[in-house]
Ligand binder design. Sequence first.
Ligand code: SAM
Ligand code: ZN
Length: 272
Amino acid sequence: MSYQCPLCHQPLHHTQQHWRCTNNHQFDCAKEGYVNLMPVQHKRSKQPGDSAEMMQARRVFLDAGYYQPLQQRVAELLDEALPAEEATLLDIGCGEGYYTAALAQQLRQRRALAAYGLDVAKIAVRYAAKRYPMVSFCVASSHRLPFADASFDAVLRIYAPCKAEELARVVKPGGIVMTVSPGPRHLYQLKQQVYQDVQLHAENDEQLAGFSCEITESLAYPMILPGAQAANLLQMTPFAWRASPQLQKELAETEAFTCETDFVIRWHRRSY
Ligand SMILES: C[S@@+](CC[C@H](N)C(=O)[O-])C[C@H]1O[C@@H](n2cnc3c(N)ncnc32)[C@H](O)[C@@H]1O
Ligand SMILES: [Zn+2]
């Protein structure tokens, strides 16, 4: 399995410090080991995706283990879903690589696994590649996946945008897409700090064209966060844009902030 040229869709071949196609389109390998497959003409903004501040806050928060139960459950489900001997996995919107790397490590205990992580934010991919050399990371958008048709046994999507046609194209027939999205009460207490009138997340019955949803389960538990981690949690979500500097300061000074998590995990199987 290899990358596909984002310009002409030919396979890319690795030569020293580059990836190159037969039409001589060339993409540099960064010193951290990732490849940037996002041509400028495909960029919608100068720095697409999460900002450096969001990514750094997320890394400190995830490193402390608050979302470890989610990582563990996703690993168990993928272990069941993936072929027993050899498998290929792609994490779209992988951010700074927390889930991708942990999954690669756990799933390799039972099989040979090629693990790929993709994100549109270059800074996140740079951090991911630097820390986790056991995963192949690239900068690209989940709207144009730089991989050939039927490349993956599974694609993981944790809170990231996607395009159903692209998922259906790169997942093998019978393969799966596992998605994690916020359930109704996800981060309820954090939202209470930011909004006057908190709306519960609408429960939408997510369908992906070309797939059938076989399993839906929720995972919910409370977290008790020291102020600094509550501030990181705020910073890594879009709620931060609505929070005043005063609120951010107050949250950081809280002794213990209790907040609910509520994740919905879905497993969609690609039709044959
Ligand atoms: C909420 S974060 C989740 C990151 C990671 N999956 C996690 O849970 O820690 C969403 C990620 O999607 C990325 N993203 C946003 N738009 C994207 C796109 N079109 N293609 C790929 N990634 C995208 C962001 O840069 C960000 O890292
Ligand atoms: Zn090309």
